[in-house]
Design a protein around this ligand. Structure first.
Ligand code: FAD
Length: 431
């Protein structure tokens, strides 16, 4: 048994870990192993909470399923095993003029993990989420069967965003998109309040492929920094890959706290407080946190939570205001605070998170009851607004909020693999 934590480092509980490395063997391997107790696939553990944990049970590590199987440079169709990381794909394909059409805020995510949480990026309004670019995948079930799944099939829609509960994805075929190179033209625009944020988001949707913003959640009006970017055709060599810096140890207390947050936010806003245009490498723009390995350690030994919700457009403006006010009233705040609008596209997955609306993500150090009390008040706002929380980031949402936010749950449940279970499925689905 090995102690395994998710990205939030809220727990380190024992798991019986097994590495999957030969894809031909996977169906038999998971069938035999799960006969005694349920298992769960595990990618790079970049989910924040318990969606990737199965304490006391089996964890099938997929990182050794890391082979590229085929790449057609004419059509941009890539087939690879499910443990290949998005970073490996980008580093192979971007120099050849092809990119993943959707990338989340970190590249240290496997293809299987990206499918199971149907991850989104800064271009949701243009490209939807990861599952929208999947042509097919192979799914092993614990009854020993193998299915080749294609869009329009119920098992496809159950597995995209299916939280790893429908089987183990072995390999996948993705449609990449053409890019002129690794560079992006980036505009940075400060905004003074939430109204300006929404105006900028509206004005940017048609002409900009990527949009995102940082919001100063300690500021009463909701000031922030809006970033929008488009691919750039530049004859400039990509920078040499630098050795990543690393947070070397876990400090005894969280470095993000009431004392540090206000000056952090003020400094960050001041440093970005003027409209500017720059050229950035795609990795720096999309994955700034990847430059600091193990940054999750800065929250200290108790770990941290991320609270990410999406609210429909109709209730989003008032709802975001209310979420920020509640956070401020509780005397709490977040440095990594991201506000972004999603596009109108409905996600393909029965339990996919992204939906038309506005999404807010806030990181909080784990202060026990105090943090959970704040979350209860935020939950009430999300429930009232008809929104939902993101399972990839969650470790504690109440079951009724999950059921209210995911109306296709009843359609999803018959597709579950009975040999698979996670801490999250037991918490939110009863088994
Ligand atoms: C810094 C940071 C930024 C992030 N930014 C974003 C963002 O912008 N947008 C976004 O959507 N997400 C974001 N995330 C969340 C992250 O993209 C997801 O949690 C992703 O699913 C993690 O993939 P993983 O390979 O680490 O999978 P894990 O976290 O190990 O597992 C996630 C789920 O996938 C399942 N799974 C993994 N492999 C397989 C497989 N082969 N077959 C079946 N199921 C499988 C697991 O069972 C689990 O349910 C971010 C995370 C971090 C740490």
């Amino acid at each position: 048994m090995v102690a395994v934590s998710a990205w939030g480092r809220l727990s380190a509980l024992p798991h019986d870990t097994h590495s999957l490395s030969d894809r031909a063997q996977v169906p038999a391997q998971i069938a035999a192993a799960s006969a005694a107790r349920p298992g769960l696939a595990h990618g790079l553990g970049r989910s924040y909470g318990d969606v990737c944990l199965n304490p006391g049970g089996l964890l099938w590590q997929t990182r050794a399923l890391d082979h590229f199987l085929a790449f057609d440079e004419q059509s941009g169709v890539l087939r690879c095993e499910a443990g290949v990381s998005l970073r490996d794909i980008q580093r192979l394909c971007v120099p050849r003029g092809w990119s993943l059409p959707v990338v989340p805020g970190t590249q240290f995510v496997t293809v299987g993990g990206a499918i199971a949480n149907d991850v989104h990026g800064k271009n949701h309004h243009v490209a939807g989420s990861f599952g929208d670019h999947l042509r097919r995948f192979t799914l092993a079930r614990t009854d020993g069967s193998l299915s080749e799944c294609v869009p329009d099939e119920p098992l496809f829609a159950a597995t995209v965003g299916g939280l790893g509960l429908t089987g183990v994805i072995i390999d996948a075929e993705l449609q990449l998109k053409r890019v002129p190179g690794p560079w992006l033209t980036v505009e940075t625009l400060p905004y003074r309040d939430l109204q300006e944020f929404f105006d900028l988001a509206d004005a940017s949707e048609a002409g900009w492929e990527h949009t995102v913003s940082w919001i100063d959640c300690l500021h009463r009006a909701g000031r922030g920094v809006f970033m929008r970017a488009n691919p750039a055709q530049l004859d400039r060599a990509a920078p040499a890959a630098r050795a990543g810096r690393r947070v070397p140890l876990v400090p005894p207390v969280s470095l993000v706290n009431r004392l540090s947050l206000r000056p952090f936010n003020a400094l960050y806003y001041a440093s970005k407080g003027r409209r500017a245009t720059s050229v950035q490498h795609h990795e720096n723009f999309h994955h700034p946190l990847d430059a600091l390995m193990d940054w999750n350690r800065i929250y200290g030994p108790r770990g941290f939570y991320q609270y990410q919700c999406v609210l429909p457009f109709a209730t989003g403006r008032d709802g975001i205001r209310a979420l920020l006010d509640s956070t401020a009233a509780a005397g709490m705040g977040s440095f990594l605070a991201v506000l972004k609008t999603f596009g109108q596209r409905e996600s393909i997955g029965m339990l996919s998170f992204a939906m038309p609306g506005v999404t807010l993500a806030l990181d909080f150090p784990n202060e026990g009851e105090r943090t959970l009390k704040l979350f209860a008040s935020l939950d009430a706002i999300v429930r009232e607004a008809g929104g939902r929380l993101y399972p990839a980031k969650d470790a504690r949402m109440p079951r009724d909020l999950f059921e209210a936010g995911y109306p296709r749950l009843a359609e999803f449940l018959p597709h579950r693999d009975p040999g698979i279970s996670s801490a999250m499925s037991r918490r939110l689905m009863g088994n």
